[in-house]
Write a protein that binds this ligand. Structure first.
Ligand code: ADP
Ligand code: MG
Length: 347
């Protein structure tokens, strides 16, 4: 079945827990952060199951974005998601969420392996600290992407979306995919995903950047990129967006678009053809009671943006749809969107 947006990432189930201030202290975490679990964090997953009220929701950055884009596009099977899962109950939960929300799942299933999970620790209402155990999610094989069932989903797509987390393991799979789809004339979108990605995997980001048509990040990731690249003013979002936009690009057209979200603050957009004319988009403010949690707000933004983008909406409308999907996600527990779509987002 053809689709228009093909997303790749680590499929994860989110184990969301509120009032997690004590866990943040116990495991020496930051209130707002995203990390890979080290040995010292591994006990947290069992501790959550044993001692806390856990809300299980479909997660994984690119998978959240896929569901967000599907929400905007309304037509089922417009969006596909590929990633590696185990043959367990968690994978079934993820598959069900994709099916419910109209996303084609193109999972590679590894027998006897466990699906990845992400502890989402909410503190002080709005802050969220993510601790991820990838398990089999890190083992996606390149051969799976080009298998007879999955390759047609790539070749029929207009947009290919890669989460930055992919660069932590087997980065060559994502880099080769990016290069190949760029050569096929598709729009390649990469999200930096977390500050540690441009900080620790800077070389991999550099390698894929020439193929990127659109780069999405939040303010902390953009700053981390700027520091890694010895930028003179790493907290000046307009200048950092310009630097990312002007980084060499393999296909001269379309000019690269760089989008930096910044929570409740304005979103900055720079297009490579007008590098000195950043566009600043204020974020519609949310009332205290409208905020359930900000987990995956950035993923929802990306989903909204991409959905509107493939509908060939203007840049202003794409950002507006991104902000609306983010607000919708913030108003619900975890990365969820109201479904079925009764409103006409971006249409
Ligand atoms: P990430 O989740 O990657 O850290 P951001 O925090 O930049 O991404 O949030 C992405 C989008 O979510 C913002 O551009 C905005 O639309 C929305 N958003 C996030 N936090 C808030 C907030 N406190 N109030 C209103 N909107 C918010
Ligand atoms: Mg943020």
């Amino acid at each position: 079945m053809p689709c228009t947006i093909f997303c790749v990432g680590h499929p994860l189930i989110d184990m969301q827990v509120r009032q997690a201030e004590d866990l943040i202290t116990k495991y020496n975490l930051k209130a707002n952060d995203a990390i890979l679990a080290g040995a010292e964090h591994e006990p947290i997953y069992e501790e959550l199951v044993r001692e806390r009220q856990v809300v299980y929701v479909a997660g994984g950055a690119a998978q959240n974005t896929a569901r967000g884009a599907a929400y905007v596009l309304t037509k089922p099977h417009s969006v596909a998601f590929a990633g590696c899962v185990g043959d367990d109950d968690l994978a079934e939960q993820l598959r069900a969420a994709n099916q419910r929300e109209g996303v084609i799942d193109a999972y590679q299933v590894k027998k006897g392996q466990k699906t990845g999970a992400c502890a989402v620790l909410i503190s002080d209402g709005h802050h969220r600290s993510l601790v991820t155990t990838l398990r089999v999610a890190k083992d996606l094989d390149e051969g799976h992407l080009w298998s007879p069932t999955v390759a047609p989903l790539i070749t029929s797509s207009k947009v290919i979306y890669l989460e930055g987390y992919l660069f932590t393991h087997r980065p060559e799979v994502s880099i080769r995919l990016g290069k190949k789809v760029s050569e096929m004339g598709k729009i390649l979108v990469v999200n930096l995903s977390a500050p540690y990605i441009p900080r620790l995997y800077s070389a991999q980001i550099q390698e894929i950047m020439p193929y990127c048509d659109i780069i999405i990040s939040n303010e902390a990731e953009a700053e981390a990129w700027a520091v890694s690249n010895n930028h003179a003013e790493p907290t000046n979002m307009s200048l950092v967006a310009k630097a990312i936009a002007l980084h060499p690009k393999a296909n001269p057209t379309p000019p690269r678009i760089v989008i930096i979200t910044h929570g409740a603050h304005s979103t900055t957009v720079v297009c490579a053809d007008k590098p000195d004319r950043p566009k600043i988009y204020p974020v519609p403010s949310l009332k205290e009671e409208e905020i359930v949690d900000t987990n995956a707000a950035g993923d929802a933004f990306a989903g909204g943006f991409l959905g509107a983008y493939v509908l060939e909406k203007s840049l202003d409308e794409c950002v507006g749809t991104g902000h609306r999907l983010a607000a919708m996600c913030i108003g619900q527990e975890g990365p969820q969107y109201k479904w079925p779509n009764t409103r006409s987002e971006g249409n």
